[in-house]
Design a binder for this molecule. Structure first.
Ligand SMILES: C[S@@+](CC[C@H](N)C(=O)[O-])C[C@H]1O[C@@H](n2cnc3c(N)ncnc32)[C@H](O)[C@@H]1O
Length: 287
């Protein structure tokens, strides 16, 4: 019997492939080191269900061998594949739609005149997954500024998972996926393809730049953002990691900038004050 096959009270899987506590902890440590994602002990079934397929594809017989692979020099590609398998990419167009209502209001009431006078509009979707969030931002911008391409308007969309970024760049979605897009935006800026799928149109697509970026690493951006969307990402991090992340956003926001977070997240940092439901602005700055 190999060490990995020793059944443990908290092992999951069947007799042919068991994930024991020790291997779960090794996987959790690699994931935390690479992404800041914290896997609590109760998540072993999730890890098993997402990685058992990888083991079969690779022809490996135990999680022990899999851990050895992802920790070895030869295992860099598989380490990336493991990260991709363990990240949760659930998203949808106009998720938590009040943020897009607020973004439209900020553009209309605050940012549109400076943009038309030659200023910049910069928005960051941090943890953009398969693209629904940054394209929802682009559609919201277009709803307020239909000729946005004539101005200095850019949306940066980043994610650690390069595989999901490929899907985001393609900009292709099913009829069900585009359903939450308000009809007037969908009719104008989303194209129906002959096969029944939908493609985000060039006007929205051209506003968005997709880049791989690990939020735990250094950030190359120099300029400030009018709005940062970091929604349903920090929920996977532990509290100290979340706190560090929020404080890194503060110097990257314009004085009248907005930070939008997910419905189950909270910003405790004194650098921010609440500006409505899961919306924040810099403490002491203009309303
Ligand atoms: C649940 S999705 C959220 C998508 C979108 N923001 C939304 O709210 O619908 C979380 C995303 O965060 C990404 N992510 C997780 N850890 C990350 C990290 N350290 N750096 C960058 N992105 C990360 C995942 O790859 C995933 O695509």
């Amino acid at each position: 019997m190999t060490p990995a096959a020793i059944p443990h009270a908290s092992s999951v899987g069947d007799a042919s492939l068991l994930l024991n506590e020790r291997d779960f902890k090794r996987i959790a440590a690699v994931l935390f080191e690479d992404s800041g994602i914290h896997l609590p002990e109760g998540k072993s079934s999730l890890v098993y269900s997402r990685l058992a397929r990888r083991l079969r594809v690779l022809g490996l017989e135990s999680f022990h061998d899999y851990c050895n692979l992802v920790c070895s020099e030869d295992g860099a590609d598989e380490r990336q594949a493991m990260l991709s398998a363990l990240t949760t990419n659930v998203t949808r167009f106009f998720r938590e739609s009040h943020h897009f209502v607020d973004l439209a209001k900020q553009i209309r009431t605050r940012w549109i005149n400076p943009i038309k006078a030659g200023g910049r509009l910069r928005i960051w979707s941090a943890g953009c997954s398969s693209g629904e969030e940054p394209y929802s931002i682009a559609l919201t911008v277009l709803s307020q500024l239909p000729d946005a391409e004539r101005y200095d308007v850019r949306i940066l969309a980043t994610d650690i998972d390069e595989r999901i970024l490929d899907k985001a760049k393609a900009g292709l979605y099913s009829a069900d996926a585009v359903e939450p897009i308000p009809a007037e935006m969908r009719n104008r800026w989303v194209e129906k393809l002959p096969g029944g799928d939908f493609s985000v149109g060039a006007e929205a697509r051209n506003l968005v730049s997709f880049r791989p970026l690990n939020l735990m690493a250094d950030w190359p951006m120099k300029g400030r953002f009018n709005a940062i969307f970091c929604r349903n990402v920090a929920i996977y991090f532990d509290q100290p990691t979340q706190d560090r992340l929020w404080s890194r956003y503060a110097p990257l926001l314009t004085p009248d900038g907005r930070l939008y977070i997910g419905h189950s997240e909270r910003v405790g940092s004194k650098q921010f004050q609440s500006d409505g439901l899961t919306s924040y602005r810099l403490a002491g700055e203009v309303e």
